[in-house]
Design a protein around this ligand. Structure first.
Ligand code: SF4
Length: 84
């Protein structure tokens, strides 16, 4: 389906759906700095999930919102986009 074409990594965390669009990420690392443990850069310098389950929801949302190029989207439990 169309979803397979989307270059996104997705996780459901604290009731939110967090999506990293790895084609948009340019490795600024703001998300890594804002929410330590939530994200890391992979060998290509692109953001991926680290251990976001261990990060408090407020810190996780702050990390997602910190991305300067809006590579991270967050949807709430009802599918409404709350970040960016
Ligand atoms: S802040 Fe955005 S551009 Fe920077 S590493 Fe994270 S996802 Fe990528």
């Amino acid at each position: 389906m169309a979803e397979e074409e989307m270059p996104e990594e997705r996780r459901t965390l604290n009731g939110y759906l967090v999506c990293i669009d790895r084609t948009i990420c340019v490795g600024f690392e703001d998300c890594v700095t804002e929410g330590p443990g939530a994200f890391r850069l992979d060998d290509e310098g692109i953001a991926t999930f680290d251990a976001p389950e261990s990060v408090e929801a407020t810190d996780l949302l702050a990390a997602c919102a910190a991305c300067p190029v809006d590579a991270i989207r967050v949807l709430d439990g009802e599918g409404r986009q709350i970040v960016p």
